[in-house]
Design a protein around this ligand. Structure first.
Ligand code: FPP
Length: 228
């Protein structure tokens, strides 16, 4: 029986707003519930399925188009999440890293992100990457410009892979919650040979049982990477 190995799992966490609306709650309550799901899924991944890297789409370059108050809330929630999560990162030996352009965030939030990266940099169990003000096209463009600045005049695929902000294994599996079936400018380069799973479950309702089902299905998939 074919068993695909799983090193890098990526998730587009979608549906917080609809989850809140279904309950007559404000969207912010949906995001708070979404942050709880991040905590549960991350700690679960740290001790199951031998996953090395979990990359989560937390804030896209397009999310600035949301109402100012919602954006401000998401920034505060991120700060609160990282502050309270430090204990979990230490307890479960989880490394935290951010990708995306965080230079536009407040100085205090940038410091929180960088400090959390520093404190957890030697943790080996799982790397949790949060994509923050992230866009896949921006990441590729930035990588190419960096190579040009370094004096390269002919650029290979390996050069680009190495110059990306996410110099990790390609994504084995991408999950998107809430029934939407789009990539939304997430990890365009790294998803080339990924398996895709779209679930109607709204992100705050997503749990380790459903993750198990998806990952067990993934392990049976025959990934050919273009071969036979
Ligand atoms: C979208 O749901 C999800 C996001 C904006 C990204 C994920 C954000 C969280 C899980 C909140 C907590 C994040 C951190 C890092 C603490 P949506 O608002 O697009 O839902 P909708 O499509 O139903 O409106």
């Amino acid at each position: 029986m074919q068993t695909s190995t799983l090193k890098h799992l990526a998730i587009i966490m979608d549906g917080n707003g609809r989850w809140a609306k279904e309950r007559g709650l404000s969207r912010t309550k949906g995001h708070e519930a979404g942050a709880e799901t991040i905590r549960g899924i991350t700690t679960y991944c740290a001790s199951h399925h031998n996953i090395e890297t979990l990359t989560l789409y937390a804030f896209s370059t397009e999310n600035w188009k949301r109402p100012k108050l919602e954006v401000e809330f998401l920034m505060k929630l991120l700060d609160r999440y990282l502050k309270s999560e430090l204990e979990t990162y230490i307890k479960h030996n989880i490394r935290f890293q951010a990708i995306g352009d965080i230079s536009v965030f407040s100085k205090s939030l940038q410091k929180r992100i960088i400090d959390t990266e520093d404190i957890t940099k030697d943790h080996k169990n799982l790397t949790q990457i949060l994509a923050l003000n992230y866009g896949g096209r921006a990441e590729i463009t930035y990588a190419v410009n960096r190579l040009i600045k370094d004096g390269k005049n002919e650029i290979s695929e390996d050069d680009i892979s190495r110059a990306l902000q996410t110099p990790y294994e390609d994504i084995d599996i991408l999950i998107r919650t809430s029934g939407e079936e789009r990539i939304s400018n997430f990890l365009l380069w790294q998803l080339s040979y990924s398996e895709f799973y779209f679930t109607p479950t709204l992100w705050p309702d997503f749990n380790s049982k459903e993750l198990d089902e998806i990952l067990n299905n993934f392990k049976q998939r025959n990934r050919r990477f273009g071969g036979l």
